[in-house]
Design a protein around this ligand. Structure first.
Ligand code: NAD
Ligand code: LMR
Length: 331
């Protein structure tokens, strides 16, 4: 009989929030790192009695699930306790936007969180800690945190655009009346904002080019792209709250894909080294293949039309602007 695996320490910030409530039971059930992987959850909330109390309530519910894989729960208001020896850190805790706001409007408030947490990760996280930023605006927050963590490799800092990929996949499946699994290679380029480019030109449906199957250029350009790009705002408008179940689901997909070498291409925002015309040093979403647990290679083989290159230029321009806005927060 093989020995049981050692537990992995998983830090989750914003543990009392909406996404926290959706994601924690799924992580503890083994949906993220595998059903044979024991774990210790290290939960962070702000030092305010309301969220602290709510976090204790979430932990009580986790206890009550009697998850066999869950070997311990740490609860704290100190990032240095939450991130100690963490191999995965999910940075969710931050303000969500309300109706009428853009995610970039959160930069000033949320950026400061990622300065502090980047430094704390640098001080105490495992050397090969994989940091996943969900809190918005996630690309630029991820850049801020990585810039503060000089000990950790910037490649280990990724921001979540998987929700956008999942949204795009679902929209293409609906339009073409095919199964979700038949839609492949649909990749998000750029920012997690309405400027993102959901690359329908390289997507396939049942192995054929999506553009041929859909056969409706106007729909792809004028309905599909804005629907995916503005889906977060549509959810806020409908629910009065930002997406949570689908965001938690996407964060699980993001980590699962990043922890599973050899799986299909997936979209994550990573530090740009100039591929696809993205400015070096910003965090832009691109296609990657996972090469090891937490390591990946950017797929540079995608071909783009003039239309797509124009879209990539716009989303790059926005990311450069965001970087310039937060220049004082970069380490
Ligand atoms: P929420 O307000 O329900 O919960 C956020 C929680 O984070 C709160 O409990 C708050 O107390 C906590 N928090 C705030 N600052 C913190 C800090 N410094 N350290 C630890 N915890 C802190 O919000 P939510 O709906 O869970 O969303 C969280 C973030 O995720 C928002 O920024 C939202 O915009 C973003 N989001 C991103 C995506 C994506 O696709 N990248 C999708 C959905 C939501
Ligand atoms: C989303 O895409 O649902 C999240 O980023 C929340 C938001 O502000 O849109």
């Amino acid at each position: 009989m093989s020995a049981a695996k050692a537990p992995v320490r998983v830090a989750v910030t914003g543990a009392a929030g909406q996404i926290g409530y959706s994601i924690l039971p799924r992580i503890a059930a083994g949906e993220m790192l595998g059903t044979d992987q024991p774990l210790i959850l290290q939960l962070l909330e702000i030092p305010v009695e309301g969220p602290q109390k709510a976090m204790r309530g979430v932990a009580m519910e986790l206890d009550d699930c009697a998850f066999p894989l869950l070997e311990g729960i740490v609860m704290t208001d100190d990032p240095r306790v939450a991130f100690a020896d963490a191999e995965w850190a999910l940075l969710i805790g931050s303000k969500p936007r309300g109706p009428g706001m853009e995610r970039a409007d959160l930069l000033k408030d949320n950026g400061a969180i990622f300065v502090e947490q980047g430094k704390a990760l640098d001080d105490v996280a495992a050397d090969d800690c994989n940091v996943v930023v969900v809190g918005n605006p996630c690309n630029t927050n991820c850049m801020i945190a990585a810039s503060q963590a000089k000990r950790l490799a910037p490649e280990r800092f990724t921001a979540m655009t998987r929700l956008d990929q999942n949204r795009a996949q679902a929209q293409l499946a609906k339009k073409s009346e095919t199964a979700i699994a038949d839609v492949e290679n649909i990749i998000i380029f750029g920012n997690h904002s309405p400027t993102m480019y959901a690359d329908f030109e390289n997507a396939t449906i049942s192995g054929k080019p999506a553009v041929d199957v859909v056969s409706d250029d106007a729909w792809l350009k004028e309905e599909f792209l804005p629907t995916v790009g503005k889906r977060g705002a549509a959810i806020i408008e409908a629910r009065g709250l930002s997406s949570a179940a689908s965001a938690a689901n996407a964060a699980i997909d993001h980590v699962k894909s990043l922890a599973t070498p050899g799986g299909p291409l997936h979209s994550i925002a990573v530090r740009s080294d100039g591929n696809y015309g993205f400015a070096e040093g910003i965090w832009a979403s691109v296609p990657v293949t996972t090469t090891g647990v937490g390591t990946y290679q950017v797929d540079t083989s995608f071909q783009h039309s003039e239309f797509a290159v124009g879209k990539l230029g716009v989303t790059n321009g926005e990311l450069v602007e965001e970087r310039d806005t937060v220049s004082s927060m970069l380490g």
